[in-house]
Design a protein around this ligand. Sequence first.
Ligand code: NAP
Ligand code: MG
Length: 496
Amino acid sequence: MNTTTKLAKEISFDAQYGNYINGEFANCESGYIDAVNPATGEVMSQIARGNKDDIDRAVEAAGVAFETWSTTTIEERSAYLHKIANALEENKERLCMIDCLDTGRPIYELAVDYNIAINQFRYFASAILTYEGTSRAIPDGQLIVQKDPLGVCAQIIPWNVPMIMVSFKLAPALATGNTIVMKPAEDASLSTLELAKLLKDILPKGVVNFVTGYGVEAGDALINHPNIHKLSFTGSEGVGRLIGKTAGERLLPVTLELGGKSPHIIFPDVDIERAVENVTFGYCFYNGQSCVLGSRVFVHDAIYDEFMGKLVERAKTVKVGDPTDPSTRVSTLINEKQGKRVLGYIEMAKEEGAKLLVGGNRVTVPNNEHGYFIEPTIFEATNDMRISQEEIFGPVITVMRWNDVDTVIKEANDVGFGLAAGIMTNNLENAMKTANKLQAGSVWINQYFSFQTGAPFGGFKNSGLGREYGKEALDEYTQAKSIAVNFNPPPAGFFG
Ligand code: NAP
Ligand code: MG
């Protein structure tokens, strides 16, 4: 038995997790939802099916906590964030395995999530120390512009990268003096609830609250609660539009991180072996369940045949297997619904006339028969097909041939989303001219998924509103207050 398989067997969960409200796990009157291992189908635990009453209690606790938390100093909040980062680091191995068991992601890649999360808390622990307002002298006085926290932030996250999402939302909101009610995704709440046990010993009660459950119950109650002051959402475009509409009606500030259909453009001067590896990484990592997946690959005509031959061969050697096996690179999708959705897109692509080059099947993995393991799948297609325009959320790409750089940039931008893009070339001029014209919030040249701490992350077009991960997130969780101080009242009679 290898060490990760041994660790997987050693992990134990609570039989039930209540909602984490006001520093305590509270019993959930409205019942519980099974937390299922998506590979094996095993029910590992149960999480609270939070409803409006739970949300009411959580928002109330966060509101009370805000009164004190918002008056803490930046040095104090910085120290709290460092403690959270340290706790994550100390528990990293175990939490990685919990996400592996709960979401079916390969154990190999989960350390990346936790490194990003740990760095995110450390980054905002430092960033808040330099987040000054401004001040200037005015005639007989002083103008002060300060950044006030917003209050209670409602945060809703998806299931694909739980701890990255938790850190993107918690770190900037806490740093700026806000308190939080978060609803994790019902398919991936266990690591967040285990984090809550650690936060219990770190943060004052009520500063962070987690209510688990369904989007249409707990999520809906949260976004419509009268005593919240900010909406922050990551997830699908459809639910994002609903959250944006609610924010508009209620005039609440909102941050939305939505889907993507990112182009990956391969120039003819690349080292083909390296480019094939990077493209494969770009569509197989996260089991393809990533909003920034490199899902539309544009390959230059001059290298097309050789590149595609190698890309197809590489797809066949990607190890599809048990998530807890460290040699696995693609494992199960999150649930049956997503599995059927991805297989449905594969069928639709064939009907649309896209040419299947490799993959396209569900694979049976021994002892994991419950899971939807989908082979790395490559279609030759055109950019206007639905398979090229809609987010699939699985290890599936469409490949297109290109000749002219202006045309490929136009095609790369010809999509509703604008979250990320990749470019591969050794020519700096090609790289920069292309990057400057791509409509995407993040552009990665020669290394896909190149997440760098502090790089603002967010979408152009339908991929969202606002930025996280970088300093800009501090502005998303504050509002400016201008205080004009006059040393003396105007002279008597000045009004005429
Ligand atoms: P989703 O269905 O939009 O759900 C996201 C979250 O919203 C979940 O916690 C969900 O709860 C909740 N929710 C659903 N309906 C709601 C409602 N009516 N009111 C309030 N909350 C509601 O997305 P998903 O299926 O979890 O995740 C996949 C999608 O997320 C993909 O489209 C992907 O592109 C996007 N994504 C984007 C980013 C990014 O940074 N831009 C990152 C990751 C994922 P339950 O599902 O638990 O019921
Ligand atoms: Mg699960």
